[in-house]
Design a protein around this ligand. Structure first.
Ligand code: EAX
Length: 326
């Protein structure tokens, strides 16, 4: 009797082992904390995929830097240590330089223009091209239009930036941009609250949602609505893992990510005005209409800099500009 029960249990264990291995959750990483834009997309994707796959594709979201900063997350997706990520376009810079076109200064004026490019053929082409850099591009979610904050003075025009020490993303483009604008850029991974509190930099730049959710108003006094760069989040997968999925699962993963990203973008846009109101209420002094043309003039030579010289990078920017033509 005991022997039969023992054998039955053994059979069950042997049967369950491969099933358990199959059911190991997909690992999806974001650098930000719950409530942030990246997390919204990641968590919504996880819920949606779980529901649509009837529980056969579970996802574990690693957040708050549990898988390292955004550059480290990208490296892990490329090596297969992670299946998925939602990462800001900035840190894609050195790994997939064509992604730089998204954060080209003053390229986009409105969300409508952003969608025309990123949600159209030009955006799809960029996502597909990431394959060459070791990523399966799935969708564009959104960080938003970036604005400048600092502790020294209200920034009304580019001349006011002289000598300002600004934390920038780990991105060659963003570093070059702020140098061209007359500031002193310091590349540093997210999060940056401690860096700002330490006084090693005077300012930083991020979308209003990020400034509010990380309460940068507590360590920064002035805010200028420069909207100098639009930051997307690229939802990407490890290509080998993705391509090895059964076609139906591949389709499901892509569709769930597309839907999660669309919902996240809509949520982000609905809240921009509220974020600004909250930051004002919290005491930030806001320059609502800085002289953006003065910034734009100093940023213009970046198009002919080595950062946009590589054929693929130049071609991506060109495709974006073409898509923006009326
Ligand atoms: O979402 O590093 C940054 O400034 C990014 O905007 C970060 O991902 C916050």
């Amino acid at each position: 009797m005991h022997k039969t029960i023992f054998s039955a249990i053994l059979v069950l264990i042997l049967l369950a082992a491969p099933l358990a291995a199959l059911a190991a959750p997909l690992r999806l990483a974001v650098v930000t904390k719950p409530g942030s834009a990246q997390n919204f997309c990641a968590e919504y994707f996880a819920r949606l995929l779980d529901r649509e796959s009837h529980g056969s594709l579970a996802t574990k979201v690693f957040h708050s830097g549990a898988m390292g900063d955004e550059t480290q997350i990208l490296t892990k997706v490329r090596s297969g240590e992670l299946e998925l990520c939602v990462v800001t376009t900035g840190p894609f810079d050195s790994l997939a330089p064509q992604a730089r076109a998204v954060e080209y200064p003053f390229l986009f004026e409105s969300f409508k223009q952003v969608d025309r490019v990123l949600q159209g053929p030009a955006g799809r082409k960029l996502l597909a091209s990431l394959d060459g850099a070791g990523f399966q591009g799935l969708a564009f979610a959104e960080n938003g239009f970036r604005n400048l904050t600092n502790n020294l003075r209200p920034i009304k025009r580019a001349a006011d930036l002289k000598g300002l020490r600004i934390r920038v993303m780990e991105s060659e483009l963003q570093t070059a941009l702020w140098r061209d604008l007359g500031a002193v850029p310091l590349p540093h991974p997210w999060p940056i609250n401690n860096l700002l509190a330490s006084g090693k930099v005077d300012g930083q730049e991020n979308p209003l949602g990020v400034i509010w959710k990380y309460r940068l108003d507590k360590v920064q006094k002035y805010l200028s609505l420069t909207r100098h760069v639009y930051s997307a989040h690229i939802c990407a997968a490890n290509p080998a893992w993705f391509q090895a999925l059964p076609p139906a699962d591949r389709k499901l993963v892509a569709e769930c990510m597309t839907q999660a990203a669309a919902l996240q973008r809509a949520d982000n846009r609905r809240q921009v005005a509220a974020y600004l109101a909250k930051l004002k209420k919290a005491g930030m002094q806001v320059v609502e209409k800085p002289d953006r043309a003065s910034f734009q003039k100093l940023a213009a030579p970046i198009a002919s800099s080595p950062l946009f010289a590589a054929p693929q990078v130049a071609a991506t920017l060109q495709t974006f500009k073409q898509a923006l033509r009326p």
